[in-house]
Write a protein that binds this ligand. Structure first.
Ligand code: NAI
Ligand code: MG
Length: 400
């Protein structure tokens, strides 16, 4: 069999550091692949005026599967200021390369699992009826529509006249916004299509059926956002009835869900939402299982098979240039496990997951976040493991 090639996309800051450690773990677990590194991130924006060069797109087009670290994004003016001087007259506008990848490859299905590891000191706890401490087991799979909605990029400040005129045909716009001068109006649209809404709902229900989850919860706001959330809810009801009668469909509003998830997180199974609410609800659940050091994700286009796996954290610039890195590589290693499962390497993935679980449960090796320390180089002398130390411990477990 020819070896598969994985496109590594280290990006910036700690993205580079954690990806390197995930590759060591993959190797130690016996995963065989060739790797081709794709250029992406801030360095390429500054040097070439493009944080997502065409050669990187071509590489992913060819090999289909990418393992991504994290990138740095900065606001418009800061981005312009760091652009190479010879590029500053070229009217270049910075756009996040990870959002660019999602859109270019139509990676519309985003899965962010949040499952607590027994023994993780960062697990959510609450008080029971008699004041006792309870630690509910969280095992939630969040499906986030990844290409549309509020992150679709269709927005204006001081919109073009045709857009403004079109908005003026809406009675609510006339009633609520016509008093404002056009130049002072900003519009960000929330566009949902039936096709993409169907795909994310179907992915969520299929996952629930395959992995034995009791319910799918649609987390939107159909009572207020009647057209987009409303369409999604109606489609979810039809899909549940016709294709997945054995799965319960629950409907929660995003705001109420933020309250419910600290009251009864163990009740939820699969959650499905549009782009923005999916982003919010997945961060909130991640907080219950240990935060950014534990939050992994997959982004897939089921038609083309292109898939990119990444931790949900960013490049954490303040920790990027430590002589010995202190950040937690588990979110990145878990993302690599999701990649393995996508590639049909369930056995290797489950061995890595077990090794992580043993290290967490054992408790001897913990990165600074797991010890609730404030990140600084000093954490290493306070007993925290380094990034490499954590990867070493996982590799050691694999080799037992
Ligand atoms: P961030 O996720 O990079 O870091 C926020 C804080 O979370 C860090 O300061 C650190 O305290 C903690 N943290 C993050 N990852 C950790 C890990 N593996 N282990 C332990 N602690 C960890 O988010 P921030 O500071 O808002 O953004 C920094 C840069 O990253 C920005 O330029 C932002 O645009 C970019 N970003 C990129 C993302 C991506 O590549 N997908 C996602 C989020 C932010
Ligand atoms: Mg987010």
């Amino acid at each position: 069999m020819t070896k598969r090639t994985i496109v590594t996309l280290p990006g910036d800051g700690i993205g580079r550091v954690v990806l390197e450690q995930a590759l060591r773990v993959l190797k130690a677990a016996g995963f065989e692949a060739d790797y081709a590194e794709g250029d992406i991130g801030w360095e390429f924006w500054c040097r070439e005026g493009n944080p997502l060069p065409q050669r990187t797109i071509d590489l992913l087009e060819k090999h289909k599967v990418g393992l991504f670290g994290a990138i740095t994004s900065k606001p418009k003016d800061a981005a312009f200021a760091e652009l190479a001087p010879e590029l500053q007259s070229k009217n270049l506008v910075y756009a996040s390369p990870i959002v660019g990848l999602r859109q270019h490859f139509g990676l519309d299905i985003c899965l962010r699992p949040c499952k607590s590891y027994p023994g993780n000191p960062l697990n959510f706890i609450r008080r029971g009826a008699s004041g006792e401490i309870e630690e509910p087991v969280v095992d939630v799979a969040i499906f986030r529509q990844n290409t549309e909605g509020l992150y679709g990029g269709v927005e204006w400040t001081n919109p073009p006249q045709q857009v403004y005129d079109a908005l003026m045909t809406h009675p609510k716009f006339r009633q609520n916004f016509a008093w404002a001068p056009k130049e002072e109006v900003s519009v960000s649209t929330r566009i949902f299509t039936k096709k993409m809404t169907h795909r994310i709902l179907h992915a969520a229900f299929t996952h629930a059926a395959r992995y034995g989850y009791r319910s799918v919860t649609l987390c939107e706001k159909p009572n207020v956002i009647r057209e987009t959330s409303g369409m999604m809810y109606k489609m979810a009801q039809e899909m549940q009835k016709s294709e997945f009668p054995q799965i319960e469909l629950w409907n929660t509003n995003i705001d109420a869900q933020m309250m419910w998830l600290t009251k009864n997180p163990e009740d939820y199974g699969v959650i499905v939402a549009g782009n923005m609410f999916g982003d919010i609800v997945s961060d909130a659940f991640a907080g219950l299982i240990g935060g950014l050091g534990f939050a992994c994700s997959a982004q897939v286009n089921p038609d083309t098979g292109v898939a990119v796996f990444e931790p949900t954290h960013g490049s954490a610039p303040k920790y990027a240039n430590y002589p010995v890195s202190i950040v937690n590589p588990i979110a990145m290693i878990e993302s690599a496990c999701m990649m393995l499962e996508y590639l049909g390497e369930q056995e290797i993935s489950s061995r890595i997951r077990k090794a992580i679980a043993s290290v967490v449960a054992n408790g001897e090796v913990r990165t600074y976040d797991m010890m609730k320390l404030t990140g600084s180089p000093a954490v290493l002398s306070q007993g925290a493991a380094s990034t490499i130390g954590m990867a070493d411990a996982i590799i050691h477990q694999l080799e037992l």
